[in-house]
Design a protein around this ligand. Structure first.
Ligand SMILES: *[C@@H]1O[C@H](CO)[C@@H](O)[C@H](O)[C@H]1NC(C)=O
Ligand SMILES: *[C@@H]1O[C@H](CO)[C@@H](O)[C@H](O)[C@H]1NC(C)=O
Length: 213
């Protein structure tokens, strides 16, 4: 199918570019979760115990659950779900965005490439001088969100949207501004000061996201 050819090409391009940047004394390093993670990832499992199935992740064929406040389902092949990615500087996620749904504003430690498969998405990012770059993306469009910059995606179409993203880390993390502010015990009066929101709005968002104080 045409869609899967596009996804395949996309992932090959991303992995070639990440391989070029890597030098290593081993071919691969499938994560051994018996040991703690370090800055370069997990220690390696014994290659003698590996099979092809360790290098295959089959979870991206299924739509994610979009029944949440943002209307988005994110299914991720990161090191914890796909241990063969450990040390290779690459990962992939599937985004299902319901009608009117969003991937709220967030950032990663690394860059992200999005490929739209279905639907109509406004995607954008802000650079560190506050310039915003955003555009409506359609099937077959890709867009890059440079490392660590805040970015977002909004389904502005009349149908659910499907996209795949690839990130140049096996553990890219996902820091969402809304939950960073409202899902913890940062006091409301501090939130008022650092965001210029009023207390009513801050407390409302704390209730929604489980924050206290
Ligand atoms: C790998 O296989 C060897 C030999 O069969 C075994 O002794 C060892 O426990 C295995 N290691 C892991 C991590 O499964
Ligand atoms: C989707 O998530 C909602 C909210 O967590 C849950 O109630 C619902 O059962 C889930 N649906 C499926 C199909 O898993």
């Amino acid at each position: 199918m045409e869609i899967f050819k596009i996804v395949l090409l996309f992932s090959i391009l991303v992995s070639l570019s990440s391989m070029a940047a890597t030098t290593s004394v081993v071919d691969f390093c499938v994560a051994d979760f018996n040991y703690p993670v370090g800055p370069a990832g997990y220690p390696c499992r014994n290659p003698a115990n590996l099979t092809v199935d360790d290098f295959v992740f089959s979870g991206l064929g299924v739509a994610g659950n979009t029944s949440n406040i943002f209307g988005v389902g994110v299914t991720s092949a990161f090191d914890l779900t796909f241990p063969a990615l450990n040390g290779l500087g690459i990962s992939m996620s599937r985004l299902d965005i319901g009608v009117g749904g969003v991937v709220p504003i967030h950032s990663h430690r690394v860059s992200e490439l999005i490929l739209v498969i279905e639907g109509e998405i406004i995607a954008g990012f802000m650079d560190s001088s506050d310039k915003v770059y955003y555009k409506t993306l359609n099937k077959g469009d890709i867009m890059i969100f440079p490392q660590s910059l805040l970015h977002f995606q909004v389904n502005v179409g009349k149908t659910p949207a499907l996209a795949f993203v690839s990130l140049n880390s096996a553990s890219p993390n996902f820091q969402t501004t809304t939950t960073s502010l409202f899902a913890n015990d940062l006091p409301t009066n501090v939130i008022e000061k650092i965001t210029l929101l009023d207390a009513i709005q801050a407390k409302k968002l704390k209730r929604i996201f489980g924050g206290t104080n």
